[in-house]
Design a protein around this ligand. Structure first.
Ligand code: S3P
Length: 427
């Protein structure tokens, strides 16, 4: 689809909530499928990626049915997942493929995990190597480095492993493998990545120790059924917050958002840029802090973002490049090479498109550099089949001086269903 975005004439005054968090929704469904008994999950994300996980779990024997305002999941429990009768299509969802690979490596029978052309380009050695070390039998293209992956489930052994990159998907894959196999897993991460799996497992009584960058799954545990009301996705809230800080007079308040510190890096960086952004924790859900976020039009300045800040802001860094066009001075992001290994090359693609809109932005091997402030001019840009690029470019277009045509839009549904409905008149 093509979308024509006009600059926002009257800046947003919004008070709203955003759809359920995508990372939490994937995990809640998978853990409920592994549990003995029934779970009730409210507020699940209806995004394309999460629906993909749901369909795969059904193919593996979990019974999932809708019920007023949520879904009831009957897990497969200690019997483990069924051998699927067909290839499990993970679409474009790295979280679906990598987390399920952990479960299936310790499952029964043969399972094949595949996905769209972008997912089949993404690196899989980061999960295959440690799973093979545990004794898993896995085959894949390029010597097991690319999907499709075929896994012959079976018993696994203990694992002690140093992750080469900070990745919540890899960490979660290995914890789920350990849990399904009933073995010990010790993981060391170079930097802390989002810890949703750890928080959920602990809340469900799984013996997990976390200290000084080391994580230990220390004993066999059977998951009980549970209830969860999934809070809003901070990565979706980020687009609204960015649109607010970039536009004088705008004001946005988002209620019921997941405020896990490992997801707040972008908001912290905005504050350091002079952004008027605040949040407060008002409750919690299965170990996750929940609360509101507020943002208002701001005077922004450029800044340095180093490797240590990258994991907590990873998915929002393309959006940060957009906001940085409004900051006075230089913004430099480094140590973010992982951005090139997402749904698209999020450094190369974004830099090219923002340059087309008039941004002064330069590509670097592991990041980018933006000079501001610049009023973007609008124009015609491409979305590269990437939901986060599409929404970042939409936010850029709202504060441009002229209209912007987004070619190949329609991918925002991958993580933020209803995104375009928030921008009335922009089709
Ligand atoms: C996710 C982890 C991150 C993130 C992705 C969701 C998760 O990926 O980019 O959108 O839910 O675990 P990596 O763990 O591969 O960095």
């Amino acid at each position: 689809m093509q979308v024509l975005v006009h600059p926002e004439a009257s800046p947003w005054q919004l008070r709203l909530s955003v759809p359920g968090d995508k990372s939490l929704s994937h995990r809640a469904l998978i853990l409920a499928a592994m549990a003995r008994g029934e779970s009730f999950l409210g507020g699940l994300s209806e995004s394309r990626d999460v629906r993909t996980t749901l369909r795969c779990l059904q193919a593996l024997g979990a019974r999932i049915r809708p019920q007023a305002d949520g879904r009831v999941v009957s897990g497969w429990g200690p019997a483990g997942p069924l051998e699927p009768g067909k290839v499990l299509d993970c679409g474009g969802s790295g979280t679906t493929l990598r987390l399920l690979a952990g479960v299936l490596a310790a499952g029964r029978g043969l399972a094949v995990l595949s996905g769209d052309s972008s997912l089949r380009r993404r690196p899989m050695a980061r999960i295959v190597d440690p799973l093979v070390r545990m004794g898993a039998r896995i085959w894949g293209r390029a010597g097991g480095r690319l999907a499709p992956l075929a896994l012959q489930g079976g018993p696994l052994g203990d694992l002690s492993w140093q992750l080469p990159v900070a990745s919540a998907q890899v960490k979660s894959c290995l914890l789920l493998a350990g849990l399904q196999a009933g073995v010990r897993v010790e993981l060391r991460e170079p930097l802390p990545s989002r810890d949703h799996t750890e928080r959920m497992l602990k809340a469900l009584g799984v013996p997990l120790e976390c200290s000084g960058g080391t994580l230990r799954l220390v004993g066999v545990a059977e998951l009980p059924g549970f209830r969860l009301s999934v809070p809003g996705d901070p990565s979706s809230a980020a687009f609204l917050v960015a649109a607010a800080v970039m536009n004088p007079g705008a004001r946005v308040r988002i209620e019921g958002v997941c405020l896990n510190p490992g997801r707040l890096g972008f908001f912290e960086i905005l504050r350091r840029m002079g952004g008027r952004v605040r949040w407060e924790v008002t409750g919690s859900e299965l170990g996750e802090p929940v609360g509101w976020i507020e943002a208002a039009g701001s005077e922004l300045r450029g800044l340095e973002v180093g490797a240590g800040e990258v994991p907590a802001a990873l998915d929002e860094l393309p959006l940060l490049a957009v906001v940085a066009t409004r900051g006075a001075g230089r913004t430099r992001v480094s140590g973010a090479g992982e951005l090139r290994r997402k749904e698209s090359d999020r450094i190369g693609c974004l830099v090219g498109e923002l340059q087309r809109m008039g941004a002064r932005i330069r590509e670097q091997e592991e990041g980018f550099e933006v000079e501001g402030p610049v009023r973007l001019a609008g124009g015609t840009v491409r979305c590269h089949r990437d939901h986060r690029l599409e929404m970042s470019l939409a936010v850029a277009a709202l504060s441009a001086s002229g209209p912007t045509r987004l070619l190949g839009a329609g991918f925002s549904e991958v993580s933020f269903p209803g995104f375009w409905d928030l921008l009335p008149g922009h089709r």
